[in-house]
Ligand binder design. Structure first.
Ligand code: UDX
Length: 434
């Protein structure tokens, strides 16, 4: 049974969620307060790179199941369920800026004239659903009936459509049976297990899950340091660990550390809200420390091998925070470039998708040259650094690269390349944990 629903906020989460809801047959309005973004979407453009998203949006706009507006009023009037998917940026002290959520809650309240279900889709600290409820009650015009639901997302950037169309589970936090029935109806077409719980538990599932994934990464990065010191191979250690189905092989890839708009922010937020609730989450503080240390360890590898980085020409493959995305927010690859520039290095950089967005934070100049063809990056370089795990970097003609380089040094920050193969081509190969 199609549900009329709207999504406030058409970013990575909101646009993918709206398009997938339309794909399974619901009637969707996506609202955003950025006129340029709404205009781009209405003209068939997509403001972000997400595999499969462009076709999904185009198909559902053409089918009349998906439309875009700047007006929250139109979204509230035209739907029975309103998803809030606006940004919840990290503040300098680690807390979450909930002002966009609060503003949307006030906007919805001002337009409420009949029963509506309001759904927190954005990643928010525990107890936020209660604050949204209070805010809507405070700013509603007269007595209105509504329910607030917590429905966190578990989308990985670069795989967001896949993750939403085939979710491991749907987490629904409600305060009563009425919204639960409607939420089940919305998610019924996805045929995924549903966890029905209270709002606080649903909010905590998101922060606890993301922080655990980050913990898993820092754990294998710490093990990688021990592998380097003992001559072990972290890839084989991770494989051996992962064969225990209580551990699992995924998210045990050692490298230059985690980044992106989620893990760093969610970790900091979980530590902050836990402290405010009286618990000092020292374990997660250590996860952050290991992650920061991982970058320093990798830069030290490069310095040890090249002695002086000043005026050295380094090729950097990868700028996005991971493969399959154009997103450079909190990108370890960008952080690495900034560290190398601080040491006086001269960079030739390339990324299959993220160069446009990278230029805003890593401006082209005498020390940063953007190279359109990945194969040309190694030309004239004293070393090449692989910073993002784009599969195409493993398919470069590395023998040709070897002859174009001043010195045959490769630093593989994501353990993407075949070490034995690289060494057979005359490279000095430095990976992480092996
Ligand atoms: C993450 C969660 O996976 C997702 O469930 C949640 O909804 C949002 O946050 P995302 O940040 O998009 O998704 O990317 P993810 O694939 O989790 O990678 C995050 C970072 O960890 C990247 O920088 C990646 O390079 C790094 N990473 C990931 C590792 O260093 N090692 C790994 O084994 C996996």
């Amino acid at each position: 049974m199609p549900v009329k629903l709207s999504i406030i906020g058409t970013g990575y989460v909101g646009l993918v969620t709206g398009a997938c809801f339309a794909e399974v047959g619901h009637q969707v309005i996506c609202a955003d307060n950025n006129p340029a973004k709404v205009e781009l979407l209405q003209s068939g453009g997509i403001p972000i790179f997400e595999p499969g998203l462009e076709d999904l949006v185009r198909r559902n706009v053409a089918a009349g199941r998906l439309k875009f507006t700047e007006s929250t009023a139109e979204a509230v009037a035209g739907s029975d369920v309103i998803f809030i998917a606006v940004p919840t940026p990290q503040q300098p002290d680690g807390s979450v800026d909930l002002s966009f959520i609060e503003a949307v809650a006030r906007d919805i309240a001002a337009n409420l004239t009949a029963y509506r279900i309001i759904v927190d889709k954005s990643t928010v600290p525990v107890k936020t659903a209660e604050k949204v409820t209070d805010t809507i009650r405070r700013y509603a015009r007269g007595k209105v009936d509504f329910d607030v639901v917590s429905n966190p997302e578990f989308l990985r950037e670069g795989f967001a459509v896949e993750d939403l169309m085939k979710p491991d589970r749907i987490v629904i936090g409600t305060s009563g049976p009425r919204p639960a029935a409607v939420m089940r109806e919305i998610y019924e077409p996805f045929k995924a297990p549903v966890i029905l719980t209270d709002t606080s538990s649903a909010e905590l599932i998101k922060h606890a899950a993301n922080s655990f994934l980050a913990l898993k990464i820092s754990y294998i990065n710490a093990v990688a340091a021990i592998c380097e010191a003992s001559g072990a191979n972290v890839l084989e250690v991770a494989q051996g660990m992962g064969m225990d189905d209580r551990i699992g092989r995924r998210f045990l890839n050692a490298g230059i550390g985690f980044g992106g708009s989620c893990f760093p922010k969610d970790l900091a937020a979980f530590i902050k809200i836990s402290g405010q609730l009286g618990y000092d989450f020292r374990l997660l503080k250590e996860v952050q420390r290991i992650n920061a240390d991982q970058m320093e360890r990798f830069v030290a590898k490069i310095t040890d091998a090249l002695w002086v980085l000043k005026d050295k020409r380094l090729g950097v493959l990868g700028l996005a925070f991971k493969q399959n995305t154009d997103d450079v927010r909190q990108s370890p690859a960008i952080a690495l470039c900034q560290r190398l520039l601080a040491e006086g290095a001269i960079l030739r950089v390339h990324d299959p998708k993220a160069m446009t967005k990278a230029k805003a934070i890593l401006p082209p100049g005498p020390a940063v040259e953007y190279v359109e063809d990945a194969q040309a990056v190694p030309v004239g370089c004293d070393a090449v650094v692989l910073a993002t795990e784009w599969p195409e970097f493993a398919r470069l003609d590395w023998q040709q690269a070897r002859h174009a380089m001043v010195a045959p040094l490769v630093f593989d920050g994501r353990n993407l390349l075949d070490r034995a193969q690289m060494e057979s081509w005359g490279f000095i190969y430095k990976g992480v944990g092996r």
